[in-house]
Design a protein around this ligand. Structure first.
Ligand SMILES: [Zn+2]
Ligand SMILES: [Zn+2]
Length: 125
């Protein structure tokens, strides 16, 4: 698979469209999945770091209506486990501890809290 900026932007557009139709159909599990895919694509785009990419990312986020609401949705699934294993591991406020540094839930399985797209966390890992 070729992770060029162009192909990632195409993927991002697809995920945003998916997200809209999944929201329309009320499929919250799928919405979470697409939200994670969107943030992973954004992280890859930032790593490639082409000029103007922040603008493109901002537009995609606007189109997806993703902001802090999305972050609260996104933190319900461990982004790290998903990336490493492809497993959607739910982190649950009733069973998982909240990180004192970033206030995200700490994944019981891998110990990660806030995702790097949201600034990461230097407190524990
Ligand atoms: Zn933290
Ligand atoms: Zn995890």
């Amino acid at each position: 698979m070729n992770d060029s900026t162009d192909s990632l932007m195409v993927q991002l557009g697809t995920y945003v469209s998916d997200l809209h139709s999944e929201r329309d159909s009320g499929n919250t599990t799928a919405v979470r999945g697409s939200t994670i895919k969107i943030f992973i694509a954004i992280e890859k785009l930032r790593k490639l770091g082409e000029p103007g990419i922040e603008n493109a990312i901002g537009m995609a986020l606007d189109r997806a209506h993703l902001d802090l609401d999305a972050a609260s949705d996104y933190r319900n699934v461990c982004w790290h486990c998903y990336r490493e294993e492809g497993t959607r591991r739910l982190v649950d406020a009733r069973t998982e501890k909240t990180c004192p540094g970033c206030e995200w839930l700490i994944c019981f399985h891998c110990g990660h809290c806030r995702a790097p797209e949201f600034g990461g966390c230097g407190t524990v890992l």
